[in-house]
Design a protein around this ligand. Structure first.
Ligand SMILES: [Zn+2]
Length: 105
């Protein structure tokens, strides 16, 4: 099963990168020390980091969660703990939308 996440994408004219990284790299580059950390968003580096070795569904879901952080940052919204819970829901809905959309008007 291929993973439907891009290598790069644009937000408001800025190019963002997506990197699949080891746990050690994740901890090093994004100061993520939680064992359950599957992804991270560096606004400064315009880079989304996704933990290597997860199944395709979880990898995509994590990307959509981190994409939400990136979009919020570009729009000027501050991050908080509540945002993470909201973005979990957002990621699930975006993933469901993309997997279920059909037809073209
Ligand atoms: Zn988050």
């Amino acid at each position: 099963m291929s993973v439907a996440i891009p290598e790069t994408f644009q937000l408001a004219g800025g190019t963002w990168k997506v990197r699949i990284v080891s746990k050690a790299k994740m901890q090093r580059v994004v100061e993520c020390f939680k064992d359950e950390c599957q992804g991270a968003c560096s606004v400064h580096k315009r880079t989304i980091y996704i933990l290597d070795g997860m199944d395709a569904h979880t990898t995509e879901w994590t990307f959509y969660h981190e994409l939400g952080h990136a979009i919020r940052a570009v729009l000027g919204y501050e991050d908080s703990e509540e945002n993470h819970a909201e973005l979990d829901g957002w990621a699930s809905m975006v993933q469901q939308f993309l997997a279920s959309k059909k037809g073209k008007l």
